[in-house]
Design a protein around this ligand. Sequence first.
Ligand code: GDP
Length: 339
Amino acid sequence: HSVDQILLDDLTGLPCSAQRRALAKIITLLESTRLDHRHRADEVLNALLPKTGKSFRLGISGVPGVGKSTLIETLGLYLIEQGHRVAVLAIDPSSSISGGSILGDKTRMERLSVLDGAFIRPSPSSGTLGGVAEKTREAMLVAEAAGFDVVIVETVGVGQSEIAVAGMTDMFLLMQLPNAGDDLQAIKKGVMEIADLIVINKVDIDADAAMRAQLFITSSLRLLGFQGNPDHASNDQKLWHPLVMTMSALQGNGVKELWEKIQQFKQLQTTNGKLQSRRQQQAGAWMWDRVDAGLKNAFRNNPAVQTLLPGFIAEVNQGTMAPSVAARRLLEAMGHEFF
Ligand code: GDP
């Protein structure tokens, strides 16, 4: 497709307005639900694949109001000043449930969004969480091919979406408010365990509470078997141990230290091989995700399955057919043997 070749050339060319347009257009193509668009998108993705993978992928999560967009703007402005190019993508789980949006509107990150070194893309607005995550993973690759060397993927703290973000990034940063109720929530949901870095924000409001939260989370991480030691005073210097730090995203203090920690993480993970193995594992998991989703889709769209399904569901509900029997017969209706 010659149009797509022009888009690809613009995308991988020098940073300019044509590149930004190409980036936005390709992402729109990826998000399309039309089959012919999907085929074009697949071609484009494959063509740009050699140019991907060179960014640092940072996931950021936290409850609404914790300060995610404030932090991303502060960090983004700091990084662009240092010569980086920063892409910000979002996964909004609420869009797939309610059609609404927690992560919100275009007024976020006003100062960052006008800079040439920044690219901000809101969450795909429809589909299942898996679908939204899929589009975001692809958008990340496109941003990398355009030379963005820091890609931030943001999500709200509602469980599954955080797992999805941690599963597509090199580092997962969890933001917390300086109060203990919030900490307990994160521990209960199991999100604390997947965090590489925990940032307690709004230290400017209550420094004492922030310090108490830092101590509490650090000791909780120890109890969970992680060594949340800010100085890495661990036996195993080769492994990263989750850190807990405090900062004020609003005032910007702590942002330099935050970036230093992120750099330390990247350095260590590169040296010990974890960065590469994490990416390999993510790529494999991504492929199987798509296979699973594709199979499910084929199943639901299969005419024989569609004919049988209502009756089988009724029988399973009434208890006249075992769920496992119903499942096997439905699968076999697709024309394969299943065990
Ligand atoms: P998000 O929903 O996680 O993206 O949170 P926002 O970045 O929109 O921040 C929510 C509110 O908290 C806004 O009014 C911010 O100005 C404020 N805020 C964010 N970070 C800080 C901080 O470090 N200190 C203070 N005092 N307010 C902050």
